[in-house]
Write a protein of this length. Structure first.
Length: 187
């Protein structure tokens, strides 16, 4: 299935990423960019919920959802680093994890035509990254101390969980690569 409601939501999330970047760089409105990031993060939950609820889980959706997440988070982290909105070391840790998993994912797709299934805690960690990075943006645009604290309350556990899940994904990859005939995914 290609034309499903969840796939449409994922496509809209992908299309919202340039809007986020324009608000940050083109319009110099970091708080507005942060709110767009909140919407992208919230819709991440919506597309998965709708896929299960409407029985519209698809191979395309299983590919689109993580792509939408990776694009939005990469844009948020790199944009935040350049704009000075997110502390450099937070950006560095997030980008390092994203690059490592992107390389691993590409290698598995090339070597075994397989992909790693998204884990529940991976979704939780991604949600926390959205919350933390969006809060840094909103704080930068408004100066409201609440968002500064909220950013750290989300970001520190998000980083820990993000790397914990990355280790789980590495274990998944080792299992796939260690199999004689790895299951082939059509996605």
């Amino acid at each position: 299935m290609i034309f499903t409601v969840p796939n449409l939501v994922s496509a809209l999330r992908i299309l919202a990423t340039p809007v986020f970047l324009w608000l940050l760089i083109g319009a110099d409105r970091p708080a507005a960019a942060g709110w767009v990031l909140v919407a992208i993060g919230a819709s991440d939950w919506v597309d998965g919920y709708l896929a299960r609820r409407l029985d519209q889980v698809s191979e395309l959706g299983k590919m689109l959802d993580p792509v939408a997440d990776r694009l939005a988070i990469a844009a948020a982290v790199i944009g935040g680093w350049i704009a000075g909105v997110i502390p450099w070391w937070v950006s560095l840790l997030l980008i390092t994890r994203e690059v490592l998993l992107a390389v691993l994912t590409a290698y598995l797709a090339w070597r075994r035509r397989a992909r790693i299934e998204v884990r529940y805690w991976g979704k939780v960690a991604t949600w926390a990254v959205y919350g933390g990075t969006a809060s840094f943006y909103i704080y930068a645009g408004t100066g409201w101390a609440f968002f500064h604290w909220w950013a750290w309350i989300y970001t520190v556990p998000a980083l820990l969980l993000y790397y914990f899940v990355a280790l789980q994904y590495l274990g998944d990859a080792r299992m796939i690569l260690g199999q004689e005939d790895a299951p082939v995914s059509s996605g």
